[in-house]
Design a protein around this ligand. Structure first.
Ligand code: CA
Length: 87
């Protein structure tokens, strides 16, 4: 999964790559929405992504290596419940 998401194959996931993973997670929810609803939902997703990204990027370098990325699954479940309240 990590390699699939590392689009530029530099061995680390940057914020844009990470946000695309999150968007993919909520793709189905987004498709159910009006255009206006999608814009709002994308804003929620963007701020959520940044929030999670900062938590995962424990060395603060702005990229996630494998050790950092693998903890994503743990916090993702709680976050998903949180997001579903908004989108
Ligand atoms: Ca890092």
């Amino acid at each position: 999964m990590f390699d699939d998401n590392d689009k530029d194959h530099d061995g680390a996931v940057n914020f844009n790559e990470f946000m695309n993973i999150i968007k993919e997670t909520y793709k189905h929810d987004l498709m159910m929405k009006t255009e206006e609803g999608q814009v709002m939902a994308l804003e929620v997703i963007k701020s959520l992504s940044l929030d999670i990204f900062k938590q995962l990027d424990s060395d603060g370098q702005g990229t996630l290596d494998w050790c950092e990325f693998k903890t994503y699954g743990n916090i993702n479940k709680d976050k998903q419940r949180e997001v579903q309240k908004y989108i």
